[in-house]
Write a protein that binds this ligand. Structure first.
Ligand code: HEC
Ligand code: HEC
Length: 197
């Protein structure tokens, strides 16, 4: 259980900014509750999460200076936004209930407010890998285990948990107090992380 919470923390951590970005454009979201449910990013280490922060789909919500610093959205961003919003519409009114009480097949994101799940899908997973929802799902069959990529994503989250809570803390003399990796650290918008520059 504790392990699971940590795995969630790793994902939620990378998705915090995403939900911040999505607030302004998604009707029915519950910003305060989401913020409360999100683990606070380590105070002196927000730079670690910055690269994954650019909020796709809501450029108008940001001042020009910020916009200039953001990576452009990938080519599937609009499609993902639309599918994310479909799911959010379906669960309207239940955003703050635990994901497992609203969705059918939740193993990894237990305890996460349901309204955050579609945002984790879009910004945490889809954008980090540069893929459509259908890379891991048959569209609309969200609860099914149709594609191996869905379970791989869970296994990757476990791997992150181990890196962030066991391996990285053992590395001495790092500059950050809480050095962190997330999906973007390796994937950087691609399915297959690079081995060469
Ligand atoms: C990299 C793989 C991946 C991508 C891309 C992805 N998902 Fe998921 N999705 C998952 C995993 C893993 C779960 C199960 C989470 C768990 O076990 O708690 C899931 C679960 C879901 C669920 C809950 C279904 C249920 O009833 O149990 C919905 C809804 C969903 N995804 C929608 C989407 C949408 C919409 C997109 C695109 C915006 C998307 N997903 C993109 C991996 C992915
Ligand atoms: C430490 C680096 C690293 C991190 C962090 C990481 N991945 Fe991966 N991921 C990989 C590597 C390496 C592969 C294998 C690519 C290959 O087939 O050669 C991979 C493959 C995948 C695949 C299979 C892609 C396909 O269809 O072939 C999925 C899905 C995936 N990762 C999701 C995630 C998600 C979601 C996260 C964050 C929770 C994540 N990864 C974090 C390194 C990483």
């Amino acid at each position: 259980m504790l392990r699971r919470m940590f795995a969630f923390a790793a994902i939620a951590y990378l998705a915090v900014s995403a939900s911040l970005a999505a607030r302004s454009q998604v009707p029915g979201s519950a910003p305060a509750a989401e913020a409360a449910a999100a683990p606070a990013p380590p105070a002196r280490d927000s730079s670690a999460a910055r690269p994954s922060m650019p909020p796709p789909g809501s450029p108008g919500a940001n001042p020009p200076a910020m916009r200039a610093a953001m990576a452009p959205p990938d080519s599937f961003a609009a499609e993902r936004d639309s599918l994310m919003n479909d799911v959010l519409e379906k669960i309207a009114g239940r955003e703050n209930a635990p994901a497992e009480s609203v969705f059918k097949n939740i193993r990894l994101l237990k305890g996460v407010p349901a309204g955050r799940l579609p945002r984790i899908m879009n910004f945490g997973f889809g954008r980090s890998l540069g893929v459509r929802c259908r890379h891991c799902h048959v569209e609309g069959h969200w609860d099914a285990e149709d594609k191996p990529q869905k379970q791989i994503a869970r296994d990757m989250s476990e791997m992150l948990h181990t890196i962030n809570t066991e391996l990285l803390p053992k590395v001495k003399n790092l500059k950050s107090e809480h050095p962190t990796v997330n999906c973007t650290t390796c994937h950087r918008g691609a399915v297959k992380p690079a081995l060469n520059l």
